[in-house]
Write a protein that binds this ligand. Structure first.
Ligand code: GDP
Ligand code: IMO
Ligand code: MG
Length: 422
């Protein structure tokens, strides 16, 4: 039994895709267990850039097979587009990809509903508009449509149109024009024949792989603070992005997990609404955004930028039982004269060093910072710990101490080879 989990310790976009791609070189099976195509995982190989949304990033390694587990919500139209995009670039997908028969489908009306809710809410959450919340809501509400239904088209059509009618009833409450059931079905129907052959009992596939002592890698999407239970609710996504999501979202027992790898940027970013204690002022954030090319891989939105938050990350390390830390995007700090790490919060003058559950409390915390001198030279060509500038080592050593996890890998550029283990 040799399974590793890679998950994000911040608000997503930590560089998980790149790390999965590196680790997938030695993995037989790569499994997504939650989220949907709200994820955007970037892998750069030489001059080629790939952005994966639903398909595990391991697909770029020709000898591995990939699984979309039961905990993922899958937009069949998006999936077909992603498969075709990869195949047009010479990557074989269909023969190496399985989709869980228990995964729930994201349909076009879920996206419409997502947009409708956001528009009534002044875009408060700032979702990716991929229909993720409404699809998970249908699942919890026991009216969702699962991938297994793709094999029974007449039943599927009936269920599709009945769910769509419910949304039209809701839309009628504020005179939003209704969706045309026949038109919508006709668009969706085209993807059915493409996706149905991928559908199988992936719980069996993953457990068989584990029993055969194959190396399995679980690929997290989003990040700890977007978790529906533990995150900065209600400014979260609708799935469990944290460690428990692996067991429920892939159908495996906890004993199979031998290592939890937590990925964190050397600073912090967040896309969408919600509290962000270490957020920088507009001018400072602009500079970091430019240096780190911090624009959403799925929506293109500018990411909010801030200093590394050791309070939030320490909590994430504890929650997920992180065994090893990967720090990404260290190179983005190369130009800075001085750098800060948030080591604690103050609420109403009282110091705390944990995450408040109440979103208003989190909005009102005042971060306590520790200051570090920058190294002001390029780290992009560094390939070993000893070659890092002294100030970079000081920064990383303190960061590791504050979050309570050993740093195992450092990433110093977007490309596959721009990383090293320590
Ligand atoms: P993910 O969602 O966690 O997979 O992360 P994203 O792909 O959304 O965002 C990470 C971005 O940073 C992508 O554009 C990556 O190509 C890029 N990236 C990853 N690691 C590094 C790094 O160490 N340095 C720099 N400069 N860019 C990186
Ligand atoms: P990866 O896997 C960063 C954010 C959205 C929004 C909130 C809810 O690339 O790290 P949703 O569409 O899920 O209902 O939006 O979650 N969000 C992400 N932020 N990275 C992601 O994925 C995200 N997926 C969702 O911006 O604030
Ligand atoms: Mg991303």
């Amino acid at each position: 039994m040799a399974a590793k989990v890679v998950l994000g310790l911040q608000w997503g976009d930590e560089g998980k895709g790149k790390i999965i791609d590196i680790l997938a070189e030695d993995a037989d099976v790569i499994v997504r267990f939650q989220g949907g195509n709200n994820a955007g995982h970037t892998v750069e190989i030489g001059d080629d850039q790939f952005i994966l949304h639903l398909i595990p990033s391991g697909i770029l390694r020709p000898n591995s097979s990939c699984i979309i587990g039961n905990g993922v919500v899958v937009d069949p139209i998006g999936l077909v587009a992603e498969i075709e995009g990869l195949e047009s670039r010479g990557i074989s997908v269909r023969d190496r990809l399985q989709l869980s028969s228990r995964a729930h489908l994201v349909l076009r009306f879920h996206k419409e509903l997502d947009a409708w809710k956001e528009s009534r809410n002044n875009g408060k959450i700032g979702t990716t508009l991929r229909g993720i919340g409404p699809a998970y809501a249908d699942k919890a509400n026991r009216i969702g449509i699962r991938a297994s239904s793709l094999k029974n088209k007449s039943k599927l059509e009936q269920q599709y149109k009945s769910n769509l009618a419910e949304i039209n009833t809701l839309f009628a409450t504020d005179n939003t024009p209704p969706l045309d059931a026949n038109e919508e079905w006709a668009i969706f129907e085209k993807s059915v024949a493409e996706v149905a052959p991928l559908v199988t009992d992936t719980t069996m596939s993953v457990n068989e792989a584990l029993q055969e002592k194959k190396s399995v890698l679980f690929e997290g999407a989003q990040g700890t603070w977007l978790d529906i239970d533990h995150g900065t609710y209600p400014f979260v996504t609708s799935s469990n992005t944290t460690i428990g999501g692996v067991c429920t979202g892939a159908g495996v027992a906890p004993q199979c997990i031998e290592k939890v790898i937590g990925v964190a940027k050397a600073y912090t970013t967040r896309v969408g609404g919600g509290a962000f204690p270490t957020e920088l002022s507009a001018v400072e954030a602009d500079a970091l955004r430019k240096a780190g090319n911090e624009f959403g891989a799925t929506t293109g939105r500018p990411r909010r930028c801030g200093w590394f938050d050791a309070v939030a990350t320490r909590y994430a390390v504890m929650l997920n039982g992180v065994d090893a830390l990967v720090v990404t995007k260290l190179d983005v700090l190369d130009h800075l004269e001085s750098i800060r790490i948030c080591t604690g919060y103050r609420i109403n003058g009282v110091e705390i060093n944990t995450m408040p559950a109440d979103i208003d409390d989190l909005e009102n915390v005042v971060p306590i910072y520790e200051d570090f001198s920058g190294w002001q030279c390029s780290t992009t060509d560094v390939r070993e710990w000893n070659a890092l500038p002294e100030n970079a080592k000081n920064y990383l050593e303190r960061l590791s101490e504050l979050v309570g996890a050993r740093i195992e890998m450092i990433s110093i550029g977007p490309r596959r080879r721009q990383a090293f283990t320590i």
